[in-house]
Every structure is written in C-alpha cells, then in structure tokens.
Ligand binder design. Structure first.
Ligand code: MG
Length: 281
C-alpha cells in the first residue's frame, strides 16, 4: 500500500469538496474514485462538503455511485443540509420562505420545517433563506423583501459564492441572489452557513467525533474551501484540478509577505497538483 505524505500521515478524517476535486462537471477527475476507496481502506473517514444547495444529498449519492464511488447520504454536507441543521438549532418547525431550489427545500422539510410557497401573511414567516436559484423570479424577491421589512422574518443564506463553475466557464452563483435581497432590504444576512464559514466543518467534526488536528479538507477554491478549513483549524490542502492555479497561490503568498491586507487563512497548508500527490512517490 502506498504511503501518505508526512504532512497527512496522522489524518483520520478527509473532507472533500466535490466540483474541481472529485469531478469536474460531468467528468470524474482521474483516480479520485480509487483514492477515496484507498483512504477508506486505511480507515480514514471520508465525507463530502459542497456549497451547492440545489440538489438533494440523495442525488449526490447517485451521482458519485455513477462514478464508482460508494457513499451514503450521511457522508454529504451540502450548504442546504448544513443550513437546515443550523436553522433547526435556532427554531424547530419554523415557517420559511425560500429563494432557492429543490435541494434546499427538501433538506428544510426533512428536518420538520414548513416551507411556505404562497405567503398570505408576512408576519407568519420566521425565516427567509436564500440559496442558488436558477429560476430566480422578481416576484419571489418582492415576497422575501416584504417578509423581512413588513413582517418579522430573519434573513439567512446558504452561501454567497459569486460564481458557479459549469462545464464551460462560469455562471452566476448564489451570492447574486443574496445580494439582490441585501440591496432591496438594506439588511445583511444574519448568517451564511456554507463555506467559507466553518459551520459545515464544525458539524462534521462533531458528528464524527474526530479532533480538528486529525482532520483535513481538500478543495480547489481558496476563498471557500481553504478559508473555511483554516477558520475551523483543520489542515488545508489546495488541489489544482479546479479553479485555482499555482500562479494564483504564489501571487497571494507574495502579497501576504508584503503584508498587504491579505487574510492568511486563504493560504493553504499544502498544495498538490492532483489527489495522487497526497501519497509518497
Ligand atoms: Mg470546488
């Protein structure tokens, strides 16, 4: 069996971002299936953490199964499932107006919340929760605005990614919807639960009961995956199979040395070109 590099030899928990690390669009990134298997054979717990709130965790299970990666629903932490868990800690059986898609609605319903589609009384709504909505409508924005400004609803968001990577380039991300509601209410979300906030990683550490010093995150985005990992105090590994290049990281390191206003939590502990480089040659 190959040996993990020294920096990772004590790892008991590996958290993987999905797009840009395990697959890219509809294509498996070569060897990621074998590597997940190999880690599990070493009794390293593997979980997946994505900011995409549009699909259910069951769909992720099926997507990864198609790529030959065996996993179960509880192995996934999406910004939708993390949001639902955190909202439940604040209030059980809440009345929620959602700007978002099926993944977010179904995760909220699964934890007992009432997702209101037609709002008749704005005062009834406890929370407005915003995630990526690829069918974003002016009327829903107007309803959300009224729930917050005329009712008592509190504003939360799944994530604030500016862009969404697709097979060819980029599309608008959830941050666009979040900013729309910010603009028309003059309010900031009370919380944003996805990466780079550490809620998801903290939930994973709590669920697995593995201490932060034995955990790591593999991600392709500095301002979500790496920032979240460093904020949560786990080891961070940037994988260059997605949106980040070595030039971007080197440039950031240079600027942080010159002590420009760079958040050092954006800088990964380890950089690997692909997942194979987590092993010794
Ligand atoms: Mg990614």
């Amino acid at each position: 069996m190959r040996e993990l590099i020294d920096d990772l030899k004590n790892i008991e928990l590996a958290i993987f971002d999905l797009d840009g690390v395990i697959y890219r669009g509809d294509t498996l990134i070569p060897h990621s299936d074998e590597i997940v298997k190999e880690l599990k054979e070493r009794s390293i717990k593997v979980v997946f953490n994505s900011n995409n709130s549009t699909v259910t965790r069951q769909i992720y299970v099926e997507r990864l199964k198609k790529f030959g990666i065996e996993c179960e629903i509880s192995d996934f932490y999406t910004s939708a499932s993390i949001t639902s868990t955190e909202i439940t800690k604040i209030k059980k059986n809440a009345k929620i107006f959602v700007i978002g898609e099926r993944g977010l609605r179904s995760e909220l319903k699964a934890q007992g919340h009432n997702v209101i589609e037609e709002v008749s009384n704005y005062n009834d709504i406890n929370f407005v929760i915003v995630g990526l909505d690829r069918d974003f409508k002016y009327q829903n924005l107007a309803t959300a605005q009224k729930c917050i400004l005329e009712g008592n609803a509190q504003f939360y968001a799944t994530n604030a990614d500016s862009t969404l990577p697709v097979v060819r380039g980029l599309k608008p991300g959830a941050g666009v919807m979040v900013n729309a509601l910010k603009t028309c209410t003059g309010k900031e979300p009370v919380r944003i639960f996805g990466k780079p906030e550490p809620f998801g990683i903290n939930l994973i550490l709590n669920d697995t009961q593995i201490p932060a010093e034995k955990a790591c995150i593999f991600g392709d985005r500095l301002n979500t995956d790496i920032l979240a990992g460093n904020r949560a105090g786990i080891k961070t590994i940037a994988v260059l199979t997605g949106v980040t290049t070595m030039e971007i990281i080197n440039d950031l390191k240079m600027r942080s040395i010159k002590s420009e206003n760079i958040d050092r939590n954006l800088i990964p502990d380890i950089i690997i070109k692909n997942l194979n480089e987590m092993f010794k040659k």
